[in-house]
Design a protein around this ligand. Structure first.
Ligand SMILES: Nc1nc2c(ncn2[C@@H]2O[C@H](COP(=O)(O)OP(=O)(O)OP(=O)(O)O)[C@@H](O)[C@H]2O)c(=O)[nH]1
Length: 527
């Protein structure tokens, strides 16, 4: 086998294998998982009473389960909701499920949905039972399905493990790993921005991008391997070897830059998952805690008119216009406090403000002309604070006239120039709070590089690590081996490393059972 065909067999065949799995259903025979047990689980939250609970069944025996539970022998209609009485299976030995006269027990009257392979989430036959959400109903149904397990007659039916349904979908080529991780993120998302970013993974945008990267690496490897081939074969000479080297080098450089900017965007977007760190700074009694309450409509902070009520930092997770925000209400900064606990709190406030993504600097309009205590001015102009995103909030607008407010704003503009936006609010009347939320939203978009037109990119920690340690590393190593024309085989190895990394990300790589275990164990049961 020459080097090119070896390369083909090692690299080009893997995506094809995967594509084949994806296309398997065009001339559909059986799902790849048809020999595995049929699985079932409650897909809605367990141990809770609800109007409806959904039990999902997936696998070869789904139809059998349908027939036994509905006490019928006809096939279920496909993708059509039907109402059926559900019985505890009659011929199974457990007496407790039958009346003494042997008649089966009616468990519920439920809406049923049947999906035939391959047109289901898992790629297998799937039965969904939309039952009444009482604990006894759900437990009765689960037990009834469990009773149908009978290995001696080949009816292998078991309760699903965490992520089992998604794993089947992966094994049947319905989704790649990045899409399934996207689904998990979608389920876990708490805010609108997290939901949007999860959707982009789920829709397969990342999958297409990763596949393109991998194809590009493989195409470059093929070019280098062609040179190895010709070098082996003395009868043939390649005149344009240099040109090929150059072409490959430029192409890998472009790819490396693209991956780098992708990784940078991922890092920026990760703030959506973690939450923006928003710190409130200001002298005692200016209304910091009141502002937290205005933004959250919640009494998280203690509001009182004794200066210094907030003696330490309080962190709270809130949502502002669809963004997750960790808001930190700090002790008012003042230089000459004698209270030891308060001094500690003040020091922590300084530190927190330096580590924050965004600071709200709150002043009390009624404090004019002494709006800026010296120590706060010093803090804002300190070296540590350089480049920090700040919004100045002038509070208590309800207590001053319009003319007085103009004076306040002028004074602040004279001190800070146009570097920080200034917004006037009243936590009492809520005037100006909407404008403040608009300003914050723009800052959040900027911080996460997300906006209505450009979705943030969120990938799992697993993907981030492989991108950095395998893909980017492999490409860098390739480019660093300056004289790779002296040892093309070694240089090509680095590209193979990068390409294998992408295969691990999407799940195309061979021998990645441990990766699959780790990915799917993070899913919930019933997913
Ligand atoms: N009239 C008016 N009063 C306000 C407004 N915002 C806050 N206050 C009042 O100002 C006082 C101090 O408010 P806080 O929110 O506790 O101030 P703080 O900055 O958190 O105070 P410290 O905990 O001392 O740092 C309270 O009596 C509030 O009711 C406002 O917009 N208008």
């Amino acid at each position: 086998m020459n080097a090119l065909s070896l390369l083909r067999s090692q690299f080009i065949s893997k995506p094809l294998l995967f594509k084949r799995a994806l296309n398997r259903f065009s001339g559909f025979t059986k799902p790849a998982t048809s020999q595995l047990p049929t699985i079932y689980a409650l897909s809605t939250p367990a141990n809770q009473t609800s109007a409806i609970a959904i039990i999902r069944v997936s696998g070869t025996h789904s139809r059998y389960i349908y027939n036994r539970l509905t006490n019928s022998s006809v096939s279920p209609p496909i993708r059509k909701a039907i109402l059926r009485n559900i019985y505890s299976p009659s011929s199974i030995g457990s007496k407790q499920h039958h009346h003494q006269d042997g008649a089966e027990i009616l468990l519920d009257s439920s809406l049923l949905l049947y999906f035939q392979a391959p047109h289901s989430f898992t790629g297998e036959d799937v039965l969904e039972l939309h039952v009444h959400g009482g604990k006894a109903v759900v437990n009765g149904l689960l037990r009834a399905i469990d009773l149908l397990h009978d290995r001696s007659s080949g009816k292998d039916i078991r309760f699903a493990l965490p992520g089992d349904f998604s794993r089947r979908a992966f094994q049947n080529g319905k989704f790649d790993l990045t899409q399934l991780e996207g689904i998990k993120d979608l389920i876990d998302s708490e805010t609108e921005s997290q939901r949007r970013s999860a959707l982009s993974s789920f829709n397969g945008e990342n999958r297409v991008l990763f596949e393109n990267w991998r194809n590009s690496i493989i195409a470059n490897m093929a070019q280098l391997t062609a040179i190895i081939d010709f070098a082996d074969d003395n009868s043939q000479e390649i005149d344009n070897t240099d040109m090929i080297f150059h072409g490959v080098e430029n192409s890998i450089k472009r790819l490396r830059d693209e991956i780098l900017s992708f990784m940078q965007k991922v890092e920026k977007s990760s703030i959506l998952q973690d939450g923006m760190k928003l710190v409130l700074l200001g002298a005692p009694n200016v209304g910091k805690s009141s502002l937290v309450n205005s933004l959250t409509n919640d009494d998280i902070s203690i509001v009182s008119d004794i200066p210094g009520t907030t003696r330490d930092s309080i962190d709270a997770m809130i949502t502002i216009n669809g963004y997750k925000v960790i808001i930190c209400d700090t002790a008012g900064i003042r230089a000459n406090s004698a209270d030891k606990i308060e001094i500690l709190g003040i020091e922590r406030a300084r530190k927190k403000s330096i580590q924050s993504d965004l600071c709200l600097f709150i002043v009390d309009a009624t404090d004019f002309p002494n709006l800026l205590p010296e120590d706060i001015s010093d803090h804002l102009s300190s070296h540590e604070f350089e480049g920090k995103q700040v919004v100045i909030v002038v509070n208590k607008s309800d207590l001053v006239s319009k003319d007085e407010m103009v004076k306040v704003v002028n004074k602040l503009e004279t001190r800070f120039g146009v570097s920080y936006p200034i917004v006037c609010v009243s936590c009492k009347t809520k005037e100006g709070i909407e404008s403040l939320i608009d300003i914050l939203t723009r800052d959040f978009e900027h911080l996460s590089q997300s906006s209505a037109d450009s979705s943030p990119i969120v990938v799992s920690k697993r993907v981030t690590e492989i991108l950095k340690n395998d893909v980017f590393y492999g490409l860098e190593e390739f480019l660093n081996s300056k004289n790779f024309d002296n040892d093309i085989v070694m240089a090509t190895e680095n590209l193979r490393y990068a390409s294998d990394g992408i295969a691990k990300i999407t799940g195309q790589a061979i021998g990645i059972e441990d990766i699959l275990d780790s990915v799917f164990s993070k899913f919930c049961i019933g997913k």
